[in-house]
Design a protein around this ligand. Structure first.
Ligand code: NAD
Ligand code: WQD
Length: 339
């Protein structure tokens, strides 16, 4: 198939391009590079032996989209392009809604005009808000996401859910990611935060490499085993494998399907620190700090539906997630900027 990958230069998108190409698909990336570097796509080409098509541009640019769809016969779209910094979304809600919701609407309109009706969308476990219980199945009520970023994901899910009601040619996969971590085993591509990382694993990795001094552990009084927050960390390559399987399933199945992509098991912040120390051999200095606003105590997936319907399950354990993160970080201490 020929797949349009929006946000394909980003962390998860670049890993998706690798697997799509390795599975024999043709890929065109549309990315405005607002949170990524073209170098990621050069690295993808080193891994796969084939450079993906690349169009520098914005998913909100209607004219560009029409030209892109006119020039190519896409079979499906994997839509990763979005802004994702939770704290920033609180300060700049309009920018987040415009980019994430507005961008998706422009993209779907262009798809309709071009007669392309298959989309795999990057949603998030954040749509569950503070869950009533764990593990979380897809049938759990959508909670109240605690920030505009999370609400933008919930809104997009609502928008996409309407499409097959109006036109039965649409087939949409809403993939609710838990906490993606890790990197491609080559060490060539990985997560490259442009600023101080918001997320735990890139923060730990930058402490380990000496770019940051100390990790703040946000909250040690949660009702969890050791008092620190518990999350379902999933290797990015397992996550991406779920996308390829979802693509196959929606090819034959119109409508909207929702799948959790998580491992089904949670780890605490302190367990994550210890696991990283073990694989890297580096000490991670940390300090117990107050809770971060908007954080929940514990969140992990019930991945049973994805197992049954996609024939998918996460294969890589925590040690592999950390080893791959460390290989990427230690070989690219400054991310894509050097090396
Ligand atoms: P990322 O920032 O690395 O990748 C997003 C890419 O989209 C970047 O390359 C950016 O330049 C591009 N982009 C953003 N706005 C664009 C626009 N208007 N037009 C064109 N390109 C644009 O983030 P990621 O971690 O790879 O996340 C990919 C997707 O997965 C996002 O939709 C994100 O919300 C979602 N998601 C991520 C996580 C996570 O923890 N990383 C968890 C759940 C869901
Ligand atoms: C994990 C745990 C923190 C940083 C966020 C978004 C969510 C999704 C993924 C996109 C928590 C603790 C973290 C630090 C810490 N993104 N922590 N010190 O908060 O589960 O999810 O990213 O959809 O929407 O909210 O991930 O990696 O930020 O935090 O102690 O410096 O690590 O409190 O318990 P989170 P995270």
């Amino acid at each position: 198939m020929h797949i349009l990958v929006t946000g394909g230069a980003g962390y998860i998108g670049s890993h998706a391009v690798v697997q799509l190409q390795q599975a024999g698909h043709t890929v065109t990336v549309l990315d405005n590079l607002c949170n990524s570097a073209e170098e990621a796509l050069l690295r993808v080409a080193r891994i796969t032996g084939t450079a993906p098509g690349f169009v520098l541009g914005d998913v909100r640019d209607r004219q560009l989209l029409d030209e892109l769809f006119a020039d190519n016969r896409f079979d499906a779209v994997m839509h990763f392009a979005a802004l994702k910094a939770v704290g920033e979304s609180v300060r700049q809600p309009l920018r987040y809604f415009e980019n994430n919701v507005g961008g998706t609407i422009s993209l779907c309109q262009a798809m309709e005009r071009a007669g392309v009706f298959r989309m795999v969308f990057s949603s998030s476990a954040t749509v569950y808000g503070d869950p009533e219980s764990v593990p979380i199945p897809e049938t759990a009520p959508m909670g109240e996401p605690t920030n505009p970023y999370g609400r933008s994901k919930r809104m997009v899910e609502q928008v996409l859910t309407e499409l097959p009601r109006a036109d039965e040619r649409w087939s949409v996969a809403l993939l609710r990611y838990f906490n993606p971590v890790g990197a491609h085993e080559s060490g060539l591509i990985g997560e490259d935060p442009q600023d101080i990382p918001n997320n735990l694993v890139p923060y730990i990795a930058q402490v380990a490499i000496g770019r940051l001094e100390q990790l703040s552990v946000f909250g040690s009084d949660y009702p969890t085993g050791d008092g620190t927050g518990v999350r379902d960390y999933i290797h990015v390559d397992d996550l991406v494998d779920g996308h390829l399987r979802a693509l196959e399933v929606i090819r034959e199945r119109p409508g909207v399907q929702v799948w959790n992509l998580g491992t089904g098991r949670g780890y605490s912040v302190l367990e994550m620190i210890r696991a990283f120390e073990q694989v890297s051999g580096r000490e991670i200095p940390y300090r117990l700090s107050p809770r971060r606003a908007g954080d929940i105590a514990a969140c992990w997936a019930d991945p049973e539906k994805a197992g049954r319907e996609l024939g998918w399950q996460a294969r890589h354990g925590l040690e592999r997630m950390m080893a791959d993160t460390w290989r990427w970080q230690s070989r690219n201490p400054e991310g894509y900027r050097k090396g």
